[in-house]
Design a protein around this ligand. Structure first.
Ligand code: SF4
Length: 278
């Protein structure tokens, strides 16, 4: 997928001294281990399942979104059944994941559009709604089609391509990756998440996209956390992280999800003396 004028090459970061992508990948592999795609399942998860699962994962924890998805599938074994259910029944099934009213509406809208466009198909041995026709489409066409749905943005669509279609030509950027990328200096502060995704999609080599996506999320959750980045123990600090190197100059409020993130930042004085303030 190409985004033309938004392209940012690995050698033209917003901050010239930002660590290069391959070095970051190698450091994160040393810290968290190799990330490889699991072997292809004999019966791959249907794309519509991947899409709904990803919609339910927005703005909540992995554990809660997984519970919401499981309860939804226990209540409705076929997607076509969701369309004949009431809004309240769908909300009840996914309530554990939060934002039930909005998510239920988005899910019903997606399913209705799929039903209007394709009707029910033969999928996994039974009749149901399906997105399997997207397997034959190009990635830009898949992205275009998926983002037509309410509640499906660039990140969600890219996750369906990366995980559902198992293609390496997209780089989904969630809030963790967005934050880490801006702190590293790959993108300027204040750059929107979708623009960050477009830029990194160009800059990250396809061979690294799957692994780096997972590794940066892990790093954002465990070390480069929104409010309290643990720079003292970060494997990316010595590589030239902008946040670490210019701690007194970057405006924290410009970086999405950071808020008063400097509160937990190790001070320059402590950092020079090898302190461990977090
Ligand atoms: S050095 Fe600090 S700000 Fe930079 S990536 Fe590591 S934890 Fe995040």
């Amino acid at each position: 997928m190409s985004s033309g004028k938004r392209a940012v090459k690995a050698t033209s970061f917003a901050w010239a001294e930002a660590p290069d992508i391959r070095s970051v990948h190698q450091a994160l592999v040393r810290a968290y281990g190799v990330r490889k795609r699991p072997a292809r399942r004999r019966t791959p998860e249907p794309l519509l399942d991947v899409l709904i699962r990803t919609v339910l994962s927005q703005n909540t924890t992995d554990a809660l979104s997984e519970r919401a998805y499981r309860q939804l599938r226990q209540r409705f074994s076929r997607w076509s059944e969701v369309l004949s259910a009431t809004q309240q029944e769908v909300e009840g099934a996914i309530r554990v994941g939060g934002l039930a009213r909005v998510r239920a509406q988005h899910i019903r809208d997606i399913l209705q559009r799929v039903a209007d466009a394709r009707g029910v198909q033969r999928v996994c041995g039974h009749e149901d709604l399906s997105l399997e026709h997207l397997q034959a489409w190009s990635t830009p066409d898949v992205m275009q089609a998926l983002t037509q749905h309410r509640g499906v943005g660039q990140k969600t669509a890219a996750c369906v391509v990366l995980f559902g279609l198992r293609r390496d030509d997209v780089f989904p950027v969630d809030t963790h990756i967005h934050r880490v990328a801006q702190r590293l200096g790959w993108l300027g502060t204040g750059v929107a998440r979708e623009d960050t995704q477009a830029a990194l999609n160009e800059a990250v080599p396809d061979a690294l996209k799957y692994a780096l996506h997972l590794l940066l999320i892990a790093h954002g959750k465990r070390v480069c956390r929104a409010r309290t980045p643990r720079c003292a123990e970060c494997v990316l600090a010595p590589l030239g992280c902008r946040w670490y190197a210019t701690a007194d100059k970057v405006d924290a409020a410009d970086i999405e999800g950071v808020g008063d993130g400097r509160r937990g930042q190790m001070s320059r004085k402590r950092r020079r003396s090898g302190g461990t303030e977090r």
